[in-house]
Write a protein that binds this ligand. Structure first.
Ligand code: MF3
Ligand code: CO
Length: 244
């Protein structure tokens, strides 16, 4: 799993330089598709339940599953979440980041930062001795303390030979419930955090989820492996981890 995960992580790192005002969300998809192909791997999302692209690009009030579009030109002040799955050797990896486009407001940057922090709060409990619902509780506690809301209608998931395996990983709820976390489990942990209400609707394309109040949404996801010690975040590029 670490082999495709490394490709996913490095593409997400490289996108920091690619995403700027004037490019389209289709340009992002072309870059992702080419990088996955150059690595000799498969874009996990393409054709998944009929999904028509190699990644998801969700702009501003779009929560997840935005479809790349040559006519959707990113402009200064937007935020865009990019979600990528890479399959190699029969193993799947899944991760997402939210990027600023040009100069964004302090509130938008704060939302992006809080969403990422939610993931790392959850990572603290990704150890033997905790239970599954401790993950969602950590996300919800942090996000709501910062005045944001947690999306309820989408969840993280187990991951392995298939992108979506059991168990579902909620981003909210009471702690101390569900299966015990054990070494060898692989989970895609993916907080989706909104500026306003957590309520959402799906657009007529049957994919794109948007906030009902039109306020911003951020997404941050990694594939995580539970061990008998520190959890391993296998889709986090070394350059990103060390802040280069
Ligand atoms: N990355 C998403 C998830 O975490 C899946 C994307 S849906 C797809 O569940 F259809 F685009 F594959
Ligand atoms: Co996922």
């Amino acid at each position: 799993m670490k082999i495709p995960a490394k490709v996913t992580g490095s593409i997400l790192y490289e996108l920091r330089e690619i995403i700027k005002p004037g490019i389209s969300t289709k340009d992002i998809d072309r870059f992702v598709e080419n990088r996955i192909r150059e690595a000799g791997m498969i874009a996990s999302f393409l054709d998944y339940n009929g999904y028509p692209a190699s990644c998801c690009t969700s702009v501003n009030e779009e929560i997840v599953h935005g479809i790349p579009d040559a006519e959707r030109i990113l402009k200064d002040g937007d935020i865009v979440s990019v979600d990528i799955g890479t399959t190699g050797g029969g193993w799947v990896s899944d991760a997402a980041r939210t990027y600023p486009v040009g100069t964004i407001t302090d509130q938008a940057q704060n939302l992006i930062d809080v969403c990422k922090r939610c993931f790392f709060e959850a990572l603290e409990v990704c150890r033997e001795g905790y239970r599954l619902s401790d993950i969602g509780n950590a996300v919800q506690t942090y996000a709501e303390a910062k005045g944001f809301s947690v999306v309820r209608d989408f969840v993280g998931h187990g991951i392995g030979h298939d992108m979506h395996e059991d168990p579902q990983v909620k981003n909210y709820g009471a702690p101390g419930k569900g299966p015990k976390l054990m070494a060898g489990m692989a989970l895609a942990i993916e907080p989706m955090i909104n500026e306003g209400t957590f309520e959402m609707e799906v657009l007529l394309n049957n994919w794109t989820a948007v906030t009902t109040d039109g306020k911003l949404s951020a997404h941050y996801e990694n594939t995580v492996v539970i061990t008998d010690g520190q959890p391993e975040v296998i889709t986090l590029d070394e350059r990103e981890r060390t802040g280069v």
